[in-house]
Design a protein around this ligand. Structure first.
Ligand SMILES: Nc1ncnc2c1ncn2[C@@H]1O[C@H](COP(=O)(O)OP(=O)(O)O)[C@@H](O)[C@H]1O
Ligand SMILES: [Mg+2]
Length: 359
């Protein structure tokens, strides 16, 4: 059987560039070479595309961040530059990009235009899953539990700050202030006192023109669930993250060794079933495909489950929550990569059967 050429697009312009490099390194290491021929396609932080001679090998985001800090600048990748996708003869693409300019529908749009099958959700679901305000509207429209929140754009803040503050006051304290379109907790603040609010909003506005403020879920456990499939997705056993810091911020995620994960999470059977049901609902609410990691906040006191967010291209190293939850549920990393590529091909094939005109 002819091997399929799979473009692995990694790196990217977002703050999650380093995580993406390590996700790609894991894919290169574990992809089934009997079936697939992976091709490295790297996007630098400035948006330049290159074809590196060597695939990435770093195994932790901390390693990539430390390398970048030590060199004082981004590493120059050797190889050809600005590949035209069409000349690479790819059978499919695995765009393992996290955050803006990759997880948000931009690369998905390029691949749609080029008619190349790709892993993960399409343009709309990717964009909706990236935008915390749009995501919440879609979740709420489907009756899914989200915490109280208020969203606004820079214009609202500049023109009528008092109205914005009045709306936020209704949420009480503490609140989480977040840029609508980012990831890895970048730009997020937990606000506990009224005087911290304005600086937190200004920080968030420096990362995005749209901001989401959420009522904090009290004493929250962080529960996650992995989803895999297209129209009839399967769910993994849920896992739990126990952050080393007050909340799961950037340091706790990538630099601090102290955060722990518990997989499977220690939850009553009924809660496991509810988390799995809500994960599929969240996946369908944005019309996702391929994969997603759905994150919950579980109030320890009341047991209430809140849907926090859906990630349509979650961290994908062998030690990432997504792959570890599947491993605990009986699917190996290697099989996961294989299934994701097959799901991409199936979705693309299905789309080819659609009429494109009335003629
Ligand atoms: N409403 C909330 N209540 C309690 N903790 C929250 C809330 N929103 C965010 N957090 C904390 O902040 C972290 C990052 O927020 P999240 O919305 O998941 O952003 P990101 O997309 O950057 O991961 C969460 O993992 C959690 O620790
Ligand atoms: Mg998160």
């Amino acid at each position: 059987m002819k091997k399929l050429r799979i473009g692995i697009i990694f790196g990217g312009r977002s703050g999650e560039h380093e995580v993406s490099v390590t996700s790609a390194a894991s894919i290169f290491k574990h992809i089934d070479r009997e079936k697939y021929d992976p091709v490295a396609i790297r996007i630098e932080k400035d948006g330049k595309w290159t074809l590196p001679d060597q695939p990435p090998t770093a195994m932790s985001a901390a390693e990539v961040i430390q390398q970048a800090r030590a060199s004082g600048a981004k590493a120059e990748a050797a190889g050809a530059s600005d590949p035209a996708l069409a000349t690479l003869n790819l059978d499919a693409v695995f765009p393992i990009l996290h955050g803006p300019y990759g997880e948000d529908g931009t690369v998905q749009g390029l691949l749609e235009l080029a008619n190349i099958p790709y892993v993960g959700p399409g343009v709309l679901a990717s964009a909706a899953g990236m935008d915390k305000a749009v995501m919440k509207v879609l979740f709420a429209a489907r009756g899914l539990p989200v915490c109280d929140w208020h969203g606004f754009v820079r214009r609202d803040w500049d023109r009528d700050r008092e109205s914005v503050l009045t709306a936020i006051k209704k949420l009480g304290l503490p609140v989480f202030v977040k840029p609508a379109n980012l990831g890895s907790s970048v730009g997020i603040s937990k606000v506990k006192t009224p005087d911290e609010l304005v600086p937190a909003i200004e920080t968030a506005l420096s990362f995005d023109r749209k901001v989401v403020v959420e009522a904090a879920v009290p004493d929250a456990r962080e529960i996650e669930c992995a989803v895999l499939g297209n129209d009839d997705p399967a769910t993994s056993l849920p896992g739990e993250v126990i952050p080393s810091r007050e909340f799961y911020d950037y340091e706790a995620k990538y630099l601090d060794e102290g955060s722990k994960t518990v997989i499977p999470a220690d939850l009553p059977a009924a809660t496991v079933a509810e988390v799995q049901r809500l994960s599929v609902e969240a996946f369908r609410a944005i019309d996702a495909a391929g994969l997603a990691r759905v994150d919950f906040l579980l109030a320890r006191g009341t047991g209430t489950i809140y849907l926090n967010e859906i990630n349509t291209m979650p961290g994908f190293t062998t030690i990432s929550m997504y792959s570890k939850m599947w491993e605990a549920s009986g699917t190996s990393y290697r099989d996961l990569v294989d299934k994701l590529i097959q799901l991409a091909l199936a979705r693309h094939a299905d789309k080819q059967t659609l009429k494109t005109s009335a003629l």
